[in-house]
Ligand binder design. Structure first.
Ligand SMILES: C[S@@+](CC[C@H](N)C(=O)[O-])C[C@H]1O[C@@H](n2cnc3c(N)ncnc32)[C@H](O)[C@@H]1O
Length: 226
């Protein structure tokens, strides 16, 4: 049976049972194959913007004889996905800014029936800010360790509310609510990164505003690790 890495297993755990899933940037299609093999999803669409990764995906689909359940599709983001074709939309292992670029034109996602499952490799604060500004509620966040590195995933659904969160909430999201030692470690890592950044711009008059914003985030976030 196909075994996922902890990072992909964490994201797979946020997919709702019984739904069609689309995996954007699928590469080997491990995640959709796992979901279908374990009968979590009846079928899946595995997409990638490049032919090479889709060839990798085709090998996985052939190995597990999933050709009638997993469709492989060349797609730049969600451009080749029609409204309603899938209910759960997965984006793993891509940078936060690319994820934003993929979500921006897909206004059909502004509907409570869709769930976004996102595991950004970078710029998580930009993903959370994007979701907030565009009316998506983050339902859950979770963290895992995979090959010595910390990864986090979130799931979100559209509810139309735009609660205007602050920068601390964008940097840390719901991580402080996770009762998980990896979440605490991730909070510490983010805090360390912000402190390094703040120290590197401290004292520069043209960076005064940026420094003050960072300082405010750091001061609030210190409470998370007390
Ligand atoms: C680092 S791999 C991640 C593979 C898998 N999702 C995972 O998390 O293990 C990123 C994949 O995203 C694909 N990709 C990059 N930009 C894309 C886009 N705009 N639309 C669809 N796929 C994209 C790449 O071709 C690559 O296969």
């Amino acid at each position: 049976m196909l075994k996922l890495t902890p990072r992909l297993e964490m994201a797979a755990g946020m997919v709702r049972r019984g739904n069609t899933v689309v995996d954007i940037g699928t590469d080997h299609a491990y995640l959709p194959a796992y979901l279908v093999l374990n009968r979590i999803c009846p079928n899946a669409i595995a997409c990638d913007v490049k032919e090479g990764p889709l060839l990798n995906a085709a090998k996985t689909v052939a190995k597990y004889a999933l050709g009638d359940k997993i469709e492989l599709r060349l797609s730049d983001g969600l451009k080749a996905i029609k409204k309603g074709e899938a209910q759960d939309i997965v984006m793993c292992g891509m940078g936060g800014n690319l994820i934003e670029d993929i979500l921006t034109p897909a206004e059909w996602l502004n509907d409570k029936k869709y769930r976004l499952i996102i595991q950004p490799q970078s710029h998580s604060e930009d993903v959370r800010r994007f979701l907030d500004i565009n009316g998506f509620e983050i339902l859950n966040e979770t963290v895992c360790k995979d090959s010595g590195k910390l990864y986090f995933a979130l799931c979100a659904e559209y509810d139309g509310h735009k609660p205007d969160k602050n920068e601390t909430q964008y940097f840390f999201g719901r991580l402080p609510e996770c009762e998980n030692e990896f979440a605490t470690n991730l909070i510490e890592n983010i805090l360390k990164r912000l402190k390094l950044k703040a120290n590197s711009i401290k004292g520069y008059s043209d960076k005064k505003n940026e420094y003050e914003k960072l300082y405010a985030v750091i001061s609030q976030a210190e409470d998370f690790v007390k």
